[in-house]
Design a protein around this ligand. Structure first.
Ligand code: NFS
Length: 643
């Protein structure tokens, strides 16, 4: 079973699960063979004359009951997946806009505007006058304006589209894919894919693009901005990652899911002396908070709360027997936790009005009573500390890290406080010290060895002087193996190393949660605006890679990044493999229209090769290339090089 994960902490917990007979996503993935028809996008379940499965040697000749061919079916399935992913990110953004509105109107005492400067900057993006106006007034107008980006019915487009380079906006306009409003694109996506509506693959995929853009340059981007306004814009912070951050003698509360709203409040109330004393009264030495998934990234970026691990660690954390409460909100939460938690002593608590899970206790969160609800949850965890009935086994693995690289902070690091600027980054790309940039992002997937591809790709790119930024579970993955430590310079090629050492930043920059991929769009736009590297995102020597993706959100991200002009490589098999036509549209077709493409490439070595070739080609087009000798290590060789 050594190929379940490259993380020794995970393997230790999986050994416990096997010995004691507990199922995990790892074991369930081994028992559950994926349906080969659905996996390739060849199964249509959009009406009840079917399901129709277009498989076999003559699949291209076959038709569903309505007459749809495999290309229409694969395209429709893809649109639905992107709509679901965009909905998830954007609904998260909507809740933050509603929270900001409540703060502006004085309807909650739990939250405040922590970063007024950012609020005023956001107002500036939206053309809302802010000078001399009280922050509450500005906040109300910002919140209402951004809320209109969800449900706009009148003509117009998602506001933040205007933050993309001019040329990019023109490309979207030319192909009619500029998103109008988030809810509208998602609803229209479901409408178009209902039986008997849109049945032309390229037309369908244009709508996938429009919907994904409403996520990346809409819901996600505003989620990031409003989180910064409400909870503070991240700056560099030290912390740690992996299961070893759990503490045997303290009350362990694991925050899991995606939204920062409740988790920020739990972080705040845990400092209260009264709750600390209550924990001591129950025999603990304190309260220890840790995160899983993107909630982890939110509270890590802003509060330095350590991460207990990425997506596939959620059940493993419970298997330590040390988690007194696991508090979840939305997205990426396994239903399996509901069965596993009672076998240990863990209080598994759902909190979102949108998500209840069998086996969990539901304590519904609302912004008006945020502080009280957070206290109630922490008290439940403390009360549960004496109930630990299983031997506590916390694997002794964790790595220190530095996170918190918001685009504002990167700009500040590069240019210094008084002349914050991306100029040094552009210059070092132009002079070749930095070969290019890569975003290595996304999930874990139990169909692949946990973290293996992510790590291999990061190591190879660094060795070839590619600057790596990371978000989501990929970022936590990098952190678990020490790649978010500034000391880890031996992994980098000499040019990159020189730059990183001069600036004093780690080889991989943790830029936040998955909605914070929007920060990457902002950085790339700023790099274009800085000059010297072309006039559009598609000119940049940059790639986006999701080595272990598994969620529909990842498909939405991949699509908006490609439609923003960037080459996207998704690990794992293609969900549209059954259709040569859809595959062609997403690769050569999108490249022609949008300058970016989306490819599914399960082989990590091929991913690295393609990424480096692409960067080289972009450098050549910019006229900043030098002849370079390149040696690519294979996975085997890389594994032997322990850093
Ligand atoms: Ni992104 Fe974050 Fe992780 Fe994947 Fe899930 S937590 S939003 S979807 S699994 S990276």
């Amino acid at each position: 079973m050594a190929n379940r994960s490259v993380d020794p902490a995970a393997l230790e917990m999986l050994a416990r699960a096997d010995a004691e007979g507990y199922s995990t996503a790892f074991s369930r993935a081994e028992q559950m063979k994926p349906c080969p028809i659905g996996a390739e996008g060849a199964c249509c379940r959009n009406c009840y004359m079917g399901p129709c499965r277009l498989v076999g040697k003559d699949a291209d000749e076959k038709r569903g009951v309505c007459g749809a061919d495999v290309h229409v079916i694969a395209a429709r399935n893809f649109v639905r997946a992107v709509a679901a992913g965009a909905a998830a990110h954007s609904d998260h953004g909507r809740d933050l806009a509603l929270t900001l509105l409540a703060v502006a109107r004085g309807e909650t005492d739990g939250y405040q505007i922590r970063d007024e400067a950012k609020l005023r900057r956001v107002a500036g993006y939206l053309g809302i006058p802010s000078e001399g106006r009280p922050k509450e007034q500005v906040a109300e107008e910002v919140a209402l304006r951004l809320l209109n980006d969800f449900g706009r019915q009148e003509p117009g487009f998602v506001s933040y589209v205007s933050r993309a380079p001019k040329k990019r906006q023109e490309i979207w306009a030319r192909y009619g894919v500029t998103p109008r409003a988030v809810d509208r694109e998602v609803v229209e996506g479901l409408h178009r894919t209902h039986i008997g509506v849109d049945q032309e693959p390229e037309h369908l995929l244009d709508h996938a693009v429009r919907t994904a853009l409403s996520d990346g340059w809409g819901g996600s981007m505003l989620a990031t901005d409003l989180s910064d306004v409400l909870f503070g814009t991240p700056g560099a912070r030290t912390s740690a990652a992996n299961l070893g951050v759990l503490k045997a003698d303290e009350v362990n509360i694991v925050l899991h899911g995606h939204e920062p709203t409740l988790s920020e409040m739990i972080v705040a109330v845990c400092q209260e002396p009264e709750l600390q004393a209550y924990a001591v009264s129950k025999g603990a030495t304190g309260i220890n908070l840790a995160g899983i998934c993107c909630t982890a990234n939110e509270v890590l970026m802003r509060q330095g709360i350590p991460s207990a691990g990425n997506f596939l660690h959620q059940e493993l954390a419970l298997l330590t027997g040390a988690v007194d409460a696991m508090v979840v909100d939305v997205q990426c939460v396994f239903a399996g936790l509901g069965e596993l938690a009672p076998k240990f002593h863990t209080e598994f608590i759902t909190t979102s009005p949108k998500a209840q899970i069998r086996g969990a206790r539901h304590i519904e969160f609302d912004e008006q009573h945020a502080r009280e609800i957070a206290r109630q949850i922490v008290r439940i965890a403390i009360d549960n500390f004496p109930n630990r009935r299983r031997e506590v086994h916390i694997p002794g693995y964790k790595k220190d890290l530095v996170a918190g690289f918001s685009h504002e902070y990167i700009e500040y690091m590069l240019g210094g406080r008084f002349r914050a600027s991306f100029r040094p980054l552009n210059d070092n790309i132009i002079n070749g010290r930095i070969f290019g940039a890569a975003a290595v992002v996304g999930c874990n997937n139990p169909r692949r060895t946990q973290d293996e591809a992510t790590l291999y790709i990061i190591k190879e790119l660094l060795a070839h002087n590619v600057l790596v930024v990371a978000t989501g579970c990929g970022a936590i993955g990098a952190g678990k193996y020490g790649y978010l430590q500034p000391e880890l310079m031996e992994a980098c090629g000499s040019g990159l190393r020189e730059v990183l050492e001069a600036v004093g930043i780690p080889p991989v920059l943790h830029m936040g949660s998955c909605v914070d991929n929007s920060r990457i769009l902002t950085v790339l736009s700023a790099v274009v605006a800085e000059g010297g590297l072309g006039d559009d995102l598609s000119d940049l020597p940059a790639v986006g890679i999701a080595p272990e993706w598994m969620s529909e959100k990842a498909l939405s991200i991949g699509t908006y990044v490609a439609a923003s002009g960037v080459y996207v490589l998704m690990g794992s098999e293609s969900p549209v493999k059954a259709s040569s036509e859809v595959t062609e549209i997403m690769t050569r077709g999108w490249e022609k229209k949008f300058g970016g493409r989306m490819e599914f490439e399960p082989d990590p070595e091929a991913i690295v090769r393609k990424a480096l070739d692409h960067i080289q080609a972009k450098r050549e087009a910019l006229g900043i290339h030098q002849a370079k000798e390149r040696e690519l290590f294979d996975m085997e060789k890389r594994r032997e090089l322990v850093v």
